[in-house]
Design a protein around this ligand. Structure first.
Ligand SMILES: Cc1cc2nc3c(=O)[nH]c(=O)nc-3n(C[C@H](O)[C@H](O)[C@H](O)COP(=O)(O)OP(=O)(O)OC[C@H]3O[C@@H](n4cnc5c(N)ncnc54)[C@H](O)[C@@H]3O)c2cc1C
Length: 486
């Protein structure tokens, strides 16, 4: 009997339970990646994700060849691929990790399960990254996650017998260039991180070997964080490395630290890893949040302002830190946490756009787009109902605080290269501004943010609660906003 290993966001051979279970059967295996038009073309995924997937698959192809086998790829809907395999090879067993994503992947998985059941075929699904199907309390999540993460890592098989290509129709191929025929939109990436299991391990190794020592201090610094953060996000998002591998190696590194500060840095990093899985558990429990705002009271008041969206999306708002962040993202596919939150808050609060368009646009640009993390963060930034906190940023203050000499701004907004430091975040105040080839500010930020606060107060007076203002640890204004107040 053939065992099909269905690859999704788990593009590796190490610590891969579906592959292990199929291999244990000692029967031919078909390791298969299916690029499904309904998933790729109907969602936020873009050409840069496809590029990352293709690089990861090429790396996997090399790994399978070294084990004596091959990796296969095809472009079609999953049920039709299963039909093709059934016609060419006969009955088979399907193995896959559970995918915890958006309603689109959730529905697809249901259809695949039904397809297999209708033909009396076995479909084994395995837990991925400590997330459990079905709603989980925080206590249960923590218990299950710990248990999953502490299970020993599974080594890659030492040899593999994969199906002979000739048995399959030519649409299922070992040629990864097939993916280039797949037309999807977005910006291609030239300077970003490349996919692959080997690169994922190198990235983790270089982080644990020393890049981590200023992890906490530089988290909010848009330039320094490119090196002091782990940069594991795309590798985790597409499963080039397993969460279990990362957590276990991090714990080993913590035990080996001599300095207490090093331990603190790595513990802070480790808590983000748990948060990664908690966020995915959140989308598993609330898949509707990928499509709907958590706060119907607040959203409908927002206009679609096409010119505003276009200037924001190209990095032409006239606010240097916003434009630098957007241009850096377009160029590299990565931003630190604070810049992501600031970009979204600026679009949704300061420019008063409906959250969906900016959130989906950012998802298409983040190479590490992971629906659970992304939409949870979107709701934290934008939607007071789900998380009770709305973050409002002043881009001038943000720039002065986290890029005081304007190094990040000058790197990505070359029009401002020669503007003195004292004007770099407010270039419109500089005498020579009209000789610069740069934009005037798109909005009066003070006035716009005052409007946001007034709008929140309106919602409060209509029966729900704007409870109090407070400053977070870094002095950023937070408006705590409780729509559930009785
Ligand atoms: C609006 C918005 C959207 C975001 N969208 C994504 C996304 O699509 N994919 C994504 O991986 N991260 C997302 N993040 C979280 C965070 O910004 C990135 O995980 C981080 O910048 C990635 O860089 P790193 O791997 O060097 O992170 P590190 O700081 O080194 O963290 C290690 C890993 O922990 C996880 N992690 C870090 N921060 C968080 C967090 N706040 N919540 C959950 N997990 C976290 C990531 O997997 C990350 O790779 C988003 C944040 C915001 C504000």
């Amino acid at each position: 009997m053939l065992h099909v290993v269905w690859y999704k966001r788990d593009l590796r051979i190490g610590d891969h339970r579906p592959l292990q279970e199929a291999w244990r059967e000692k029967e031919p295996i078909l390791p298969l990646y299916v690029a499904e038009p309904s998933i790729w073309q109907e969602s936020e995924l873009s050409i840069r994700h496809l590029q990352f997937v293709k690089e990861s698959l090429e790396d996997l192809q090399g790994a399978f060849e070294r084990l004596g086998g091959s990796m296969f790829v095809t472009i079609a809907e999953m049920e039709s691929v299963l039909g093709t395999i059934y016609e060419s090879v006969g009955p088979f067993t399907l193995h896959a990790h559970e995918e915890n994503g958006t309603p689109v992947t959730y529905e697809r998985d249901k259809r695949v399960r039904q397809w297999m059941k209708d033909r009396g075929l076995l479909f084994h699904e395995y837990q991925h990254c400590g997330v459990v199907r079905g709603e989980r309390s925080e206590e249960l999540f923590k218990k299950d996650w710990k248990e999953f993460i502490e299970t020993p890592v599974m080594n890659a098989p030492d040899s593999i017998l994969t199906l002979d290509q000739e048995i399959l129709p030519s649409t299922i191929t070992t040629n990864m260039d097939t993916l280039l025929r797949f037309k999807i939109g977005g910006y291609r990436i030239k300077y970003g991180q490349q996919g692959g299991e080997g690169l994922a391990h190198e990235t983790l190794e270089s982080f644990l070997d020393g890049r981590f020592t200023r992890y906490k201090e530089e988290l909010a610094n848009p330039l320094a964080s490119t090196n002091t953060c782990s940069r594991l996000s795309p590798y985790l998002a597409f499963g080039n490395i397993s969460m279990r591998q990362v957590v276990q190696l991090t714990k080993e590194a913590i035990e080996q630290c001599d300095k207490s500060d090093d331990k603190k840095q790595l513990k802070a990093f480790n808590s983000k890893l748990e948060e990664h899985c908690r966020s995915i558990q959140w989308i598993e429990d609330h898949p509707q949040f990928a499509c709907n705002s958590g706060n119907p009271t607040f959203d409908p008041s927002r206009d679609v302002w096409q010119e505003g969206f276009e200037r924001w999306s190209r990095g032409e708002t006239g606010f240097p830190i916003i434009d630098a962040a957007m241009r850096a993202l377009i160029k590299t596919g990565w931003l630190n946490f604070r810049s992501r939150a600031m970009l979204l808050s600026f679009a949704c609060h300061t420019l008063r756009m409906n959250w969906k368009e900016p959130a989906d646009y950012l998802a298409g640009l983040f190479v590490d787009y992971e629906p659970g993390i992304h939409y949870k963060q979107v709701h934290l930034v934008v939607s007071p109902e789900s998380m009770k906190r709305v973050c409002l940023y002043d881009p001038i203050k943000e720039g002065k605080k986290h890029d005081p000499e304007g190094r990040f701004v000058r790197q990505y907004v070359p029009e401002l290269k020669h503007v003195p430091d004292s004007y770099i975040h407010e270039p419109w105040k500089y005498d020579g501004f009209f000789h610069l080839d740069y934009y005037g500010p798109i909005v009066d930020v003070g006035k716009a943010n005052r409007h946001v606060r007034a709008r929140m107060a309106d919602v409060e007076s209509s029966g729900d609660g704007l409870k109090k203002k407070e400053a977070d640890k870094e002095g950023n204004e937070q408006i705590v906003f409780d729509l559930f107040t009785e």
